[in-house]
Ligand binder design. Structure first.
Ligand code: OGA
Ligand code: NI
Length: 352
């Protein structure tokens, strides 16, 4: 990171870490073998769908085991990520993200207007990715984005692409289970991702922080995605806001498992049945930490709104439609500029 001005990173007192972390057992763990093994029984799939439905309602966050993603791909990517971030700032800046593309390196992200204690490398899952030029809803210009890829480590692009393919497979499986748990046709949500995607993978690097009690690796936020699949290394840091207790729950490191969370788009599609849950990452003064979220997004021009099967006279739609790409772009812009207002949140689209 750049020479630091500590003041930039100081969180408001209510957002500082370790106030009342619930020492819980962590988040629920779900075994995906009914959909990853070769001869699943119908009854085991039914039970899995029920389980998914209840954790999405109660937690919005869960861990998956037996997910079918080869461990070696994740290890290779974590290794590549370590190699990349261990370079000099000057080297890393050769692949800095810029106005024309959200892909690349940066260390100046703001979540809720405070600097995060982290460095990041973003990589688009699809190349090219079609994306709006500006966030203004009335402007319909579209651009094609492509990735920056570093010289070092070698094979960076291949390693990350191989991993992305596996993430996409897992994401489609989860979307199917989530659709079924909402009483929808299994492939109902797939259509939104077939015309294109703005899915994104992010390499997060959290260096040791000299003042971990007042800073955060990522400030409290909800993901804008449909869902997020996170790999974290063996150092803990992720915390999830428990829905009913309103306390922060630390998620234990998961060397083989993935952490899944419902994003804003599923919240809207499900008309609030499954809510996007607030989370954050804390830092520590000794260890560096690496994590890799994959944000699964539909095509940029998807009109996100509650699904018609899930609304009726008794439970009318709670949201007016918004365009997925415009929302994402507006949030990306706010992550780089300190603003006086709160950044755009989906409750802005809530119908009274
Ligand atoms: C994120 C995020 C958590 C982590 O990047 O959106 O929530 O543990 N990361 O790195
Ligand atoms: Ni997040």
């Amino acid at each position: 990171m750049e020479e630091e001005d500590q003041a930039l990173f100081i969180q408001e007192p209510q957002h500082r870490p370790s106030v009342s972390t619930m020492e819980a057992q962590g988040i629920p763990v779900i075994d995906l073998s009914p959909v990853t093994s070769s001869n699943p029984s119908i009854s085991s799939i039914d039970a899995l769908v029920k389980e998914i439905g209840s954790v999405c309602k109660e937690w919005g966050f869960f861990q998956v085991t037996n997910h079918g993603v080869p461990l070696s791909l994740r290890q290779n990517l974590l290794e590549a990520s370590k190699n990349f971030f261990s370079q000099s700032l000057q080297e890393k800046k050769k692949v800095s993200r810029d106005e024309s593309s959200p892909s690349g390196y940066y260390d100046t992200e703001l979540t809720r207007n405070v600097r995060d204690w982290k460095e990041v490398f973003d990589f688009l899952a699809k190349e090219p990715t079609f994306f709006p030029v500006i966030a203004d809803e009335l402007d319909d210009r579209v651009t094609q984005l492509s990735n920056k890829s570093p010289q070092h480590p070698s094979h960076f692009r291949d390693i990350i692409q191989e991993y992305i393919e596996e993430m996409e497979k897992l994401a489609f499986k989860l979307m199917e289970l989530i659709a079924m748990s909402l009483g929808l046709q299994p492939k109902r949500l797939e259509e939104f991702f077939m015309r294109g995607q703005t899915s994104l993978i992010r390499l997060n690097y959290y260096p040791p922080c000299p003042f971990p009690h007042i800073a955060l690796g990522v400030g409290p936020h909800k993901d804008e995605s449909a869902l997020t699949i996170l790999a974290q290394d063996e150092v803990e840091g992720l915390e999830v806001k428990h829905k009913t207790h309103q306390e922060w729950v630390r998620v234990k490191p998961t060397p083989n498992d993935y952490i899944i969370n419902v994003g804003d788009i599923i919240q809207v599609w499900s008309n609030d049945a499954y809510e996007s849950v607030e989370h954050r990452a804390i830092v520590n003064s000794e260890k560096e930490r690496f994590s890799i979220p994959y944000f699964f997004f539909p095509a940029h021009d998807t009109e996100v709104e509650p699904l018609e099967e899930l609304i009726n006279e008794k439970s009318p739609s709670k949201y007016r439609p918004y365009k997925s790409g415009k929302f994402l772009l507006s949030r990306m812009n706010s992550n780089f500029k300190k603003q006086t207002d709160e950044n755009l949140q989906i409750h802005y689209y809530k119908l009274a």
